[in-house]
Design a protein around this ligand. Sequence first.
Ligand SMILES: [Zn+2]
Length: 215
Amino acid sequence: MNFVDRPRLFHENPASKDAIALTFDDGPCFTSTPDVLDLLKEQAVRATFFMIGERVRRHPDLARRVFNGGHQIANHSDRHVAFRSLVPSVCKKEIEKAEQTFRSVMGIAPRFYRAPKGLINRYVIKAISSAGYYVASWSCMPGDYFGWHTAAWIGKRLSKVRPGHIVVLHDGLSRQPEPDRTRTLSILPGFIRGMKKQGICFVTIADLFGLPPYF
Ligand SMILES: [Zn+2]
């Protein structure tokens, strides 16, 4: 287990020899989350969805569909305000507001949190980890949120993924409520098949570290 900053910032698990955690940020989104779910079901893969609270309030049925599909739900703040979430008190409020929504919509309180745009500092990590949250980072970010990145480019970045890694993709997009995710969807089946051929399986972020997903 790799602690970049004490005590709990998770970006990969070097001890894992045969598992990868696929994560999807910024959803749920009406235009892309159902397609991502169908693809994961077809490939028999469980993933982790870092959801935004206000998106869950907008699409509660979709959020429940993700949860009922056996995927892990994680907290990606309430409104995705990146720079303001660098203030510990703001960050805690954002997490708690999203958590209220997760509780009322799905009956869960996620322990894993990923900061909007990954912007984090030691003060925030200390404040929220002392409240029992695990702060998730990543080891591979293929940049599928950039409009100019082709599917081939995203695939090239994914080819560097190794066991123990956390991969960030997006079923949503913070600046676009209902984005086009066709490039992500087009490269994922080949990536998943390739990894499985090497004996690598896909797990939730909680399972990658052997930690509880919810309070
Ligand atoms: Zn995000």
